[in-house]
Design a protein around this ligand. Structure first.
Ligand code: 5CA
Length: 157
C-alpha cells in the first residue's frame, strides 16, 4: 500500500501510459539525493532533483530536473531563459506542485510546469526521481523522463 501522495504519482504514471514504472516507498528517508541514492543503491548522479524556480519577470514557475550532485548555476539558466530567476519558498513549492519539499515529483503537479532537464542525467541507463513523499521513489530511463515531462534539456551548471 502506498501513502496517498505516492499513490497519486503512481496513478498519474498509469494514466499517462507509464504503468510499467513503479513507485516504491522505502523504509528509510529519501528526502535528500544522498539518502535516496543510499536507499536505492545507486549513484547520487542517478538521482533526479526536482527544483522549482520562479521567473522574476514572468512570474512563471520552472521545474529544473537536476542530477543529484550538480549545483544549478542560476546565471547560466537565466541567460538561456532570458529572465532572472528567484528561488521560491517552501509554501510556493507546495502551491505549484501540490507536494512538500523532499517529495516533489517530476510530473503530476498542481500547475503545468515547464521542465528543463540537466543533460548529465542522459548519461545513465536509469535514473530515480521523487514520487510524492520523502521516502517514495520511482525509476525510469532518461528518455522516459523527457517524454513524461515534455521537457527539454538545458545546461544548468
Ligand atoms: N527526494 C529527494 C531526492 S529525489 C528530493 O526531493 N530532492 S530534491 O533535491 O529534489 O528536493 C530538495 C530540494 O528542495 C533542495 O535541493 C532545495 O533546492 C529545495 N529546498 C529545500 N528546502 C527548501 C526551502 N525551505 N525552500 C525552498 N526550497 C527548498
Amino acid at each position: 500500500m502506498l501513502s496517498p501522495s505516492a499513490q497519486k504519482v503512481q496513478d498519474l504514471l498509469s494514466e499517462r501510459g507509464f504503468s510499467h514504472l513503479e513507485v516504491r516507498e522505502h523504509a528509510q528517508s529519501t528526502r535528500t539525493a544522498q539518502e535516496a541514492a543510499d536507499a536505492i543503491g545507486c549513484t547520487v548522479g542517478q538521482i533526479v532533483k526536482s527544483l522549482i524556480f520562479r521567473g522574476a519577470t514572468s512570474g512563471k514557475p520552472y521545474l529544473l530536473l537536476v542530477s543529484g550532485p550538480n549545483r544549478v548555476d542560476t546565471h547560466k539558466v537565466e541567460e538561456s531563459l532570458g529572465e532572472k530567476l528567484e528561488k521560491p519558498d517552501a509554501d510556493y513549492v507546495r502551491q505549484v506542485t501540490g507536494f512538500a519539499i523532499g517529495g516533489v515529483p517530476p510530473v503530476g503537479h498542481a500547475e503545468p510546469l515547464e521542465a528543463l532537464i540537466d543533460p548529465d542525467l542522459l548519461a545513465f541507463d536509469r535514473v530515480f526521481a521523487a514520487a510524492g513523499t520523502p521516502n517514495a521513489i520511482f525509476g525510469l530511463s532518461p528518455e522516459e523522463l523527457l517524454k513524461l515531462t515534455g521537457g527539454r534539456t538545458m545546461p544548468v551548471k
